[in-house]
Design a protein around this ligand. Sequence first.
Ligand SMILES: Cc1cc2nc3c(=O)[nH]c(=O)nc-3n(C[C@H](O)[C@H](O)[C@H](O)COP(=O)(O)O)c2cc1C
Length: 211
Amino acid sequence: MEFDFTALEAQERYRLLSNFVGPRPVALVSSAGPEGGQNAAPMSFFNVFSHEPPIVILGIQTRPDGAVKDTVLNIRETGEFVVNMVDLALAPGMLICGLPFDRDVDEIRTAGLTPLPGRLVRAPRIAEAPCAMECLVERLIDYDRRVIVLGQVVMMHVRPDCLDAAGRYVNPECYHPIARLHADNYVVADRQIELKAPDIASIVAVREAKL
Ligand SMILES: Cc1cc2nc3c(=O)[nH]c(=O)nc-3n(C[C@H](O)[C@H](O)[C@H](O)COP(=O)(O)O)c2cc1C
């Protein structure tokens, strides 16, 4: 089957893209309002796109009624946010943070999670997260109902059990992030496999033998 994206309704494009581009890591984005109120919301239109500079990207759309999400209001007003990675233990809290609460509701505490102050940003991070990245807004790209947020990571906090003994690499025994498929479907990254690329010379030799 083929789908002509230039002719499809937006909802159909969303359905196809979110069904087939996955699993997508989930960022639980915490932010602070200008008056100091705390907010958190999950975003799966998220990934890292560069390490020099270290850039993460979020895609955030308005609510179905067109209202701007609290995360966007906070990010625009403060220029800061924190990306908290989500594992299975954090998933129930993440789902509570995804509910459409009013702006004055502290979603972090409502979800039973623990806010900690950021080191370099005013946005709070979430103590239970296996990894949290403090970010400064690098730029905002506005589309009609969507804003794409580029954030520069300025500080990373990693739960000690998620690091290997040398403190350099992730410990796959402990770090099991979840990722979103479509709708309410997720996967847990708890079964790591190693895939090694073959030596290029052996591939070239086979190719030349066929010529
Ligand atoms: C797993 C998951 C992933 C989500 N990903 C996104 C996303 O990438 N972009 C978006 O605009 N909303 C996304 N949402 C919906 C928001 O989290 C939701 O609208 C939330 O209420 C926004 O909260 P806020 O108003 O506090 O920012 C997602 C929800 C869940 C549960």
